[in-house]
Design a protein around this ligand. Structure first.
Ligand code: NAD
Length: 498
């Protein structure tokens, strides 16, 4: 698909939606026959009716996943063979990349340029990277005495439930299923109810690649029903969750009240971007700061929503950021010229506008944006918004807004900057800008966050772990070999030698 508005619109019109659950290698309706409506946030109009699965459907999927896991068809397949199938799967994802990008654009209101050039390539890379790793990982022999042989092995955990959010639908699915499938687990994935379509298609493509029936199931449904059923299921060995901190807590409770399944949480953030007075190239900083705050409409867990900037350069930097932010066009996500699409749904739009009102009421100075726009389209668009003169005690500086709203807070000393950066319940990501190498080391270690990027805004790449400190996460990481490990159990085999 050519990234031109007319070509994209025409490809979108031709899309066929898969709306059923994909369980045990087959498309099926919810057993209750119920469906829910998924809509296009760019128009506010319904897109499709999706199977509203509940406990019964989750039971079926878990049963299929367990059966194939115990049979060993996938879990005990030679790593080199599993790799071959997963690489074929990655090739199929690549062959259908335009379709997957369009599905995420239509359902999540995300700009097609981002979906086609970032989300879906990253999705494919993630599957490939984990597939390629699996026949290169060695186990250990422990340094015992000559009368014993002790093997320390990694084995798949079993049936893994994956529960994911709507902000990067295909990519978040890949961050879970990439390492989980590569490690030999069977997966039951519940997508966010607002964005089920790309995940369902991804399961169909896995089956087409030859991944055995029951290994990768997708069960769409609401969080309180399908999500909870997965979290409480006595035969699920692990749940890997990405979403809000609030819902993440439920999964710890579900686990405690059921079978103590392993829980991995990737949750929210309120990430600082700390800019020192000696930051190199303020235009470059502005460029990064705009990306950090407004990319994906700020609906991004690592969104750099707090700009903590030295008093001396604050006005100059804010001016540059505002000027640049005005060039980020907002509008139809199918138009590749647009850098910002729509907020995911009306209630979320209202929540973001509510935060903007709270910022004004608490005395922050609105220096850019602040309004809903393009209302006639029926879509949920918000302008890139900047608040200056924010104190870190204000609501807009403390809570995850998940919208295109940047709060500017100033400081005078390094200690003050670090204290403000760390004065948050979250600890997912942070950026800092300085010319001073010693300060870069000092501050990047002092900031309590899972990823700290220096003189750039970055989540790293597939080789680096991603996840959070404090309320941003629990017990795990996505991406890299550490993600792979968390989908395995450690086993010791202790042998007495004659
Ligand atoms: P959410 O917590 O509302 O939903 C996430 C998933 O949980 C969905 O599939 C939903 O259906 C399910 N769910 C909701 N209520 C449930 C319940 N009671 N029981 C079981 N499951 C339930 O989050 P969201 O609004 O979809 O996504 C936005 C959040 O995700 C933000 O906080 C964002 O920061 C976070 N996020 C984090 C990362 C990361 O890597 N740390 C990445 C992307 C998004």
């Amino acid at each position: 698909m050519k990234l031109e508005y007319s070509a994209v619109k025409s490809a979108a019109r031709k899309l066929k939606f898969r709306t059923q659950a994909f369980i045990d290698g087959k498309f099926v309706n919810a057993q209750s026959g119920k469906t829910f409506t998924t809509e296009n946030p760019a128009t506010g109009k319904p897109l499709a009716q999706v199977a509203a699965c509940d406990t019964t459907d989750i039971d079926c999927a878990v049963m299929a996943a367990r059966r194939v896991f115990e049979a060993g068809t996938w879990s005990r397949m030679k790593p080199a063979d599993r790799k071959k199938l997963l690489l074929k799967y990655a090739d199929l994802l690549e062959a259908n990349a335009s379709e997957l990008a369009l599905l995420d654009t239509l359902e999540a209101g995300k700009p097609i340029g981002d979906c086609a050039t970032m989300d879906i390539p990253d999705t494919i890379l993630c599957i490939r990277w984990h597939a390629e790793a699996i026949d290169k990982l060695y186990s250990h022999v422990s340094p015992t005495g000559p009368e014993n042989l002790a093997l320390i092995l990694r084995e798949p955990v079993g049936v893994v439930g994956c529960v994911i959010p709507w902000n990067f639908p295909a990519q978040m699915a890949a961050w879970k299923i990439g390492p989980a499938l590569a490690a030999g687990n069977s997966v039951v994935l519940k997508p966010a109810e607002l964005t089920s379509l790309s995940a369902i298609r991804m399961a169909e493509l896995a089956a087409e690649a030859g991944v055995p029936a029951g290994v990768f199931n997708v069960v769409p449904g609401l969080g309180e029903t399908a999500g909870q059923a997965l979290g409480r299921h006595p035969d699920v060995d692990m749940v890997a969750f990405t979403g809000s901190t609030e819902v993440g807590r439920y999964f710890l409770m579900y686990s405690a009240e059921s079978n103590l399944k392993r829980i991995i949480l990737e949750c929210g953030g309120k990430s600082p971007q700390v800019v020192f007075a000696d930051a190199p190239d303020l235009d470059g900083v502005a460029n990064n700061a705009v990306g950090a705050a407004f990319w994906n409409m700020g609906e991004n867990c690592s969104c750099g929503s707090r700009l903590i900037v030295h008093k001396k350069i604050k006005d100059e930097l804010v001016e540059k950021i505002a000027k640049l932010a005005k060039t980020w066009k907002v509008g139809d996500p199918l138009d590749p010229q647009n850098r910002l699409g729509a907020m995911i749904e009306k209630p979320h739009l209202e929540k973001v506008l509510g935060y903007i009102e709270a910022g004004k009421a608490e005395g922050a100075r609105l220096t850019l944006g602040g309004r809903r726009i393009l209302e006639k389209t029926g879509g949920y668009y918000v302008e890139p918004t900047i608040f200056d003169k924010v104190s870190n005690r204000m609501k807009i500086a403390r809570e995850e807004i998940f919208g295109p709203v940047l709060s500017v807070i100033s400081f005078t000393t390094e200690e003050e900057a670090v204290a403000i950066a760390n004065d948050t319940n979250y600890g997912l990501a942070a950026s800092l800008y300085t010319r001073d190498l010693n300060r870069a080391h000092r501050v990047s270690r002092a900031i309590r966050a899972g990823t700290v990027s220096v003189n750039c805004f970055s989540e790293g790449d597939i080789t680096t772990p991603f996840g959070g400190f404090k309320a941003s996460g629990f017990a795990g990481r996505d991406k890299s070999i550490w993600a792979h490990e968390q989908y395995t159990e450690l086993k010791t085999i202790w042998m007495q030698l004659a």
